[in-house]
Design a protein around this ligand. Structure first.
Ligand SMILES: Nc1ncnc2c1ncn2[C@@H]1O[C@H](COP(=O)(O)OP(=O)(O)OP(=O)(O)O)[C@@H](O)[C@H]1O
Ligand SMILES: [Mg+2]
Length: 303
């Protein structure tokens, strides 16, 4: 079985993405093996759960496993990988100082998104979980990550075209000179492989298996951000959110207008109350999950 359901929890900084991811995972783990995977650069997941270190799979319960990515470590690993790839595929580049190449990659804009995208790809291919709940990084990074496979596909189409043209020219030259021509081209093969990978991720992100959970608070900016993310999802990915969460809700005069606006959004919704003590331990999270209609959540994510 490949992961049945990949749930991406998104929202503005501080709205409670990590908290909601934990609470949802606690509920979904009663339906089947669940992985709670945090891409949050602040690494709050391990702080809240109080167990294990970053970059380690750890058991929260019989059916719930948690994992906290360490983004700086993941970036270093990715950079090493790209450097060795460049070395293998284009040995001619080794005349350049490889350290310079490494630094260019490390500080290139988009490298975090690239790492997050790779992580997503990996999560879709996991076989042992019924649910994978992803606590995402800040919205800007997440949206750029979600659009990346599409962008890469366009670039790869172009690169493939260029590479094919180069090879055909080489072939013509070799034939003219009566020389032997090596048909296999590892660089072109790698480009084909990457294109297939990004295409399948792009399909996954827009497919039935993926659910988008958007978290807001009863405040103007977080709610506006949710509205913006809905527009992005609909326009760029052609998908709708599965669930909108209003977290830290307090019934006051000021919040009633915002609640009305929230309620007017035509998607499934969940209200989580603001609790007196900010949840910061696993016990607090279990306690918070008691305020939620579990059957409603289970039904929503079963279908
Ligand atoms: N329902 C709630 N009632 C009261 N406090 C809450 C509630 N949900 C979350 N909090 C508190 O709000 C703070 C932010 O929560 P959390 O870390 O889950 O947000 P986040 O969106 O993941 O933040 P970041 O953007 O930094 O990753 C924490 O102190 C948390 O305990
Ligand atoms: Mg967080």
């Amino acid at each position: 079985m490949i992961s049945d359901n990949v749930v991406l929890v998104m929202g503005k900084g501080g709205v409670g993405k990590t908290t909601v991811s934990i609470v949802l995972s606690l509920i979904l783990s009663s339906l089947g093996n669940t992985l709670l995977y945090s891409l949050d650069p602040a690494k709050h997941l391990i702080k809240y759960l109080g167990i294990c270190n970053a970059m380690e799979y750890c058991r929260v319960s019989k059916t719930l496993t948690a994992y906290q990515l360490d983004i700086s470590k993941a970036v270093s690993t990715a950079v090493d990988h790209y450097v060795s790839l460049i070395r293998d595929l284009t040995p001619s580049l080794s005349v350049l100082n490889i350290e310079d190449v490494l630094n260019v990659i490390k500080y290139s804009p988009g490298v975090e998104e690239e790492v997050f995208m790779k992580e997503l790809k990996k999560l879709y291919d996991l076989r042992e979980y019924k649910y994978v709940v992803i606590d995402t990084p800040p919205t800007g990074v997440t949206l750029r990550t979600l659009i990346m496979p599409k962008m890469y596909r366009v670039w790869l189409d172009k690169l493939i075209e260029v590479r094919e043209r180069i090879l055909s020219l080489r072939y013509t030259i070799a034939r003219t000179l009566g020389k032997e021509f090596k048909v296999r081209d590892p660089a072109l093969e790698k480009l084909y492989e990457l294109r297939a990978e990004y295409s399948s991720l792009w399909d996954e992100l827009r497919g039935e298996k993926t659910s988008y959970v958007l978290v807001a608070n009863p405040e103007v900016m977080p709610l506006l951000e949710v509205v913006d993310v809905i527009k992005f999802l609909e326009k760029e990915l052609g998908v709708k959110p599965k669930l909108l969460v209003m977290n830290k809700f307090e019934d006051t005069l000021e919040t009633s207008e915002l609640l009305k606006e929230f309620n007017s959004l035509p998607y499934d919704k969940l209200l989580i109350p603001k609790v007196g003590k900010p949840p910061s331990t696993l016990d607090d999270m279990v306690e918070l999950s008691r305020t939620i209609d579990k059957d409603y959540i289970m039904k929503l994510f079963k279908s």
